[in-house]
Design a protein around this ligand. Structure first.
Ligand SMILES: [Zn+2]
Length: 85
């Protein structure tokens, strides 16, 4: 399975999940000082990225670590979750 196929499968799953459980939106009446929506989307993106990286076949380690160097905070987390075969 190529990375592209794998990613599109995962993407479809996320979309279905979002339909089931819509993302939280801010309830501010005027303006928006809370950034709830923005914050939530940012977290969601990181969560999805992590999931993607964790499930990624070790064949794609090179790609994985390239992404991880761009997201320094994720490295140790993913390292812990990845099961070495
Ligand atoms: Zn708000």
């Amino acid at each position: 399975m190529s990375v592209v196929v794998y990613y599109s499968k995962l993407k479809r799953l996320w979309d279905e999940f979002n339909e089931l459980e819509p993302p939280s939106v801010c309830k501010c009446i005027a303006g928006c000082p809370c950034n709830v929506t923005q914050d939530f989307l940012k977290k969601e993106q990181r969560k999805k990225l992590m999931q993607f990286l964790i499930e990624l076949n070790e064949k794609y380690d090179a790609i994985k670590y390239k992404i991880l160097t761009m997201e320094p905070g994720l490295q140790s987390f993913v390292d812990k979750k990845v099961v070495k075969k």
